[in-house]
Design a protein around this ligand. Structure first.
Ligand code: ZN
Length: 279
């Protein structure tokens, strides 16, 4: 993964080396190098954990800029105004060279405990999480566990995630059935209850693991891999990445009223003359 750190134009060598050494000392981190203004981390750890580690060691702000290679996807998860409880999060999907799919995510606002995660057939949020269809199931199989063979589980069955007492779930799921190119344009949802993985006695166990209704969902879209995203500003609303890190994903407080910024699509492109581009 590519982590953009707010080192300024030239990083402090001592801080940079300390950060790289700290990353490399972790179990689950294969390598960490500094390249073109970003830290590249080869790891099996969740991205949230890496970002926290970088922020703590360097004392600088850090954001995830790229993830995986060209075969990557991302879903912004939210409660879609379905529920009183506001659930927000991000799940990133990456196809590994070994053929597995990694789903790396962090979701806030969940009731503490276990919740099912499933890829659903449709990328249709016209009625919020009610219109995303059934679990993605190209083989016509019953609902099951991620470790079940393809004919004994829905392809979209990703098992459970666990939210702590603060409402946050941080996870990294490795799945051997789903492929990233099969799920782009579909949805991913988190359910209100634990998924019994098709082992329960309830009639809905073989349908959805008796996991209840989805309380948050989002459409899976193709995303930038490592070094494929040169943007330092969100082209949609003019919020730069460092500002964005400290702002809510949407709603009040997302945008500053003053000073007014104009969009800056690509700060690396010298033909774009734009005084608003801070980075
Ligand atoms: Zn299922």
């Amino acid at each position: 993964m590519e982590v953009l750190v707010d080192f300024g134009p030239k990083p402090d060598e001592v801080i940079l080396n300390k950060t790289l050494a700290e990353l490399k000392s972790q179990d689950g981190v294969k390598d960490a190098v500094y390249k073109e203004g970003a830290i590249l981390v080869e790891t099996a750890l969740p991205s949230t954990q890496i970002l926290e580690m970088v922020t703590k060691t360097s004392g600088k702000r850090a954001v995830l800029q790229g993830f995986g290679d060209t075969q990557s996807a991302v879903a912004m998860i939210s409660s879609q105004s379905c529920c009183k409880r506001q659930v927000l999060g991000v799940i990133r999907f990456q196809q590994t060279e070994e053929g597995a799919l990694v789903a790396d995510g962090s979701i806030d606002g969940l009731p503490a405990g276990m919740h099912g995660v499933h890829v659903h057939t449709a990328g249709d949020l016209s009625q919020g999480c009610k219109s995303i269809g059934e679990h993605y199931n190209p083989c016509g199989a019953p609902h099951g566990a991620p470790e079940d063979p393809m004919d004994r589980r829905h392809a979209g069955d990703l098992g459970n995630i666990v939210a702590d007492e603060t409402g946050r779930a941080t996870f990294r799921i490795v799945d051997n059935v789903l492929k990233v190119w099969d799920i782009i344009g579909r949805s991913v949802a988190v359910t209100e209850r634990k998924d019994d993985l098709g082992r329960g006695s309830s009639p809905s166990s073989k349908i959805d693991g008796d996991s209840g209704t989805p309380i948050a969902c989002g459409i899976i879209a193709r995303s930038a891999g490592v070094f494929q995203n040169p943007k330092r500003i969100c082209a949609c609303d003019g919020v730069v990445v460092w500002d964005e890190k400290d702002r809510p994903l949407a709603g009040k407080g997302r945008r500053e009223e003053k000073p007014k910024r104009r969009c800056c699509e690509n700060h690396n492109n010298s033909s774009v003359v734009n005084p608003c581009c801070k980075v």
